[in-house]
Design a protein around this ligand. Sequence first.
Ligand SMILES: Nc1ncnc2c1ncn2[C@@H]1O[C@H](COP(=O)(O)OP(=O)(O)OP(=O)(O)O)[C@@H](O)[C@H]1O
Ligand SMILES: [Mg+2]
Length: 328
Amino acid sequence: MTHANPPLIEFSHLSTHFHTGQGIARAVQDLSFTIRAGETVALVGESGCGKSVAALSLLGLVAKPAGRIAGGRLLYRGRDLLTLAPEELRRLRGNEIAMIFQEPMSSLNPVLSIGEQIVEPLIEHRALTPRAAWERAIALLAEVGIPRPGKIVESYPHELSGGMLQRVMIAIAISCRPALLIADEPTTALDMTIQAQILDLLQKLKREQGMALLLITHDLGVVTELADHVLVMYAGRVVESGPARTIFKQPAHPYTRGLLASRPVPGQRLRRLPSIPGQVPDPARLPAHCAFAERCSLAGPRCRTGIPEAVDLGDGHQAACVLCRKEE
Ligand SMILES: Nc1ncnc2c1ncn2[C@@H]1O[C@H](COP(=O)(O)OP(=O)(O)OP(=O)(O)O)[C@@H](O)[C@H]1O
Ligand SMILES: [Mg+2]
């Protein structure tokens, strides 16, 4: 049977490992999900859960030789990304699949003007003349809501605020009209008002350009408005996934419940609700059972008898927890 909207991206049992002095760090384990055109999928979880490594795997940017794809497949419009020639992968990157990296400051070049950095992909992927590319750069800055784009195009990164720099990063990422935009913590370093503006901008771009979005964040609040589908990652694995509304209204996994309970209280920036005790385990020392068991107030002996399989809870909602098992 053919689906009216076939997958743009398919992660299929993907595992990404790093060889470290401490042993093999299993940063991403058995990750499977799809993103269709125009859809927003959010990857959420605490720091170190494997969100960025999953995105970097997709772009073929896992640091070698320590890092490698240890198993599984990655498809883009049905094409196997893991066997693409480096040249072909480079052509996809920044063109059809673009990414806003987690640290905007370190991905902009301090000695090049904003304009020079925006025209680079346009000249490389779209073969625009330098003059046409410069005009396009100004139009892109206007599109991402930067005032006086004709002036800003000539400025340097250190002259702009964090919120403006994030808009510049978005302008660069969307310059070639990608089919998929990966936004890795696009608002983390920004204050609340600017955060809301950046999320509105992503929403607008998605609507106008029909692009798909892979939104990466540790903040479940950020995904509420934007995401269609949410994947909650813990220690490299998806522990719960489903339609965004279901994840918020009926979280099934104790980890997701803990994340939801530790969201900041709206309007009280400094007050946080109780967070989950303990820490994310070292990916080089993962247990052979549920990695969340050590932090889970509900964990019992059954939780220490192997990696829990995803249980289907209906309507595309799944949780990998033995306590969520449906009665047979
Ligand atoms: N180059 C590397 N070498 C060794 N380990 C790595 C490397 N890159 C990532 N890791 C490990 O992989 C795990 C997942 O990292 P990742 O950056 O994907 O986390 P994350 O979910 O994006 O966290 P954050 O919210 O802090 O960005 C971490 O334990 C990290 O230390
Ligand atoms: Mg990250």
